[in-house]
Design a protein. Sequence first.
Length: 551
Amino acid sequence: MQSVTIDFPCDPEPLDSPFYISRPSIEEQTYQEITRVGSVIRIQSPHKMGKTSMILRLLNHTEQLGYHNVYLDFHQAEATIFTSLDKFLRWFCANVSYHLQLTSKIEQYWDEEIGSKVSCTVYFQEYLLGNINSPLVLVLNEVNQLFEYSTIAQEFFSLLRSWHELSKQNVFWQKFRLVTVYSTEVYTNLNINQSPFNVGLAIKLPEFSLDQIQDLAQRYGLHWKGNVGRNNATLLYAKVGGHPYLVRLAVYHLANSPDKTLEQLLREAHTPTGIYSVYLRRQLAILQQNPELAAVFKQVMTADIRVDLNPIVAFKLEGMGLIKLDGNQYTVACDLYREYFAPQMLEEKNWQEQINELQKQVKELERLSYTDELTQLANRRYFNIYLEQQWQRLAQEKSPLSLIVLEIDYFKIYYNTHGREAGDECLRLVAGIIRKAVSSHDAHAGVAVRYQGIEFAIILPNTTSAVAFKIAENIRNQVKRLALAHDETLYGLPAPVVTVSLGIACTIPQTQNSSRILVQAAFEALQQSVNSKRDRTHISSTLNYGFRDNS
């Protein structure tokens, strides 16, 4: 066997990759469909079946035709984008504008009176499509990300459907081509009646055939020719089916590990040390979160005769790639799944323990991702999400939202004088005071955040500036009572102990404004406190005066 050095198969295959296995009939079908007026193409398959690699080739084809290509991946959208339909559609229009190299003119076309969906349609029709002469191919990758936000997904998909209908009568929309790409695993958590579309060309990527497996192995430098090659391809197909990623992973390891045989690799495939352990754990996690699917899958694995399955559950398991329809009967998709899942699912106690452990791990990961490690307050990431959520909520309720920001005065001097450990302890103590102040504010919920470095923030929903001022002053006084001494003889500081400066902003949120105006006003107020010799609280006068109270 020839030794070949190649990249690990985790990314889409580039256009010049010698390892891309084409699917001529499907690719030709998409190439023809994309030229049709108002075409919609839906590419769907389980995880890692080669969807993105195929999209790269479709975009290369349309580029040669002189079309405009826009590729949007919803994995790149921040969580705050999905807090409202209006915010999402603005993000959507801005990104398409950028990819078309057109200056964003959203504000000129957005009209609150007619709504964000109509505004988005007008923007596309009159500005984006109106400024290009050739068709626009819009590829939306990982649209399954939207399914977590059911309201936005429903509104957005109905909007796209309406654009497809417009192509039948409007000359501008005849230049519009749409391609949606999503993983069918999303059906596990999706109402079966929800779908991005029920129009257009549906493309489901097939598995590799024996010929394609043998061809791929030879491209990787393996001597899989003739009957020997066909026997090897058959053994691999029996173990993992024709799943492109699972096949490619096996071939990759054989090509880069000359001492390992195919038989040895297949014998270890389902074990924790096997090459598929990460992939299998991902599938296991989905089943653990969906007990109904797990129960039916167990039924398929243990059945000796035909099993009548709930069609919706069967559809979801097939979407995960775990079962397939063989004639008129569902069977486990491949031996790998049977060997890995059978011991897990037959031991009910072990199964439940794994579910509980997984849930604990998920909760802990979520907590860590939103928590500052040193102070154990919420971090900047959580601040952005929570502030945007409260902004949208309170805009509907027409209730006030206050923001307190503060920084530790002359912290660098304290740090340089007393050292890192003392500096970290100072941050923890100040954080503790802030946390206690927020928790004692029992009238309404509030969130304490380490904003960055020596800056902290407190988000106070349903809170006027008068109440926020009292909370801020309490924090300021409590910090001084810590008596964290400066060496005032050395530096001549205005206060002998560590103090804090604070800024407050308060307003009734408006949906047409961004929450950034509240953050900006609060930090401007903080700067006024700093400029006024520090150790004081200042309330912004740039927002709603009705809540201003410096008493």
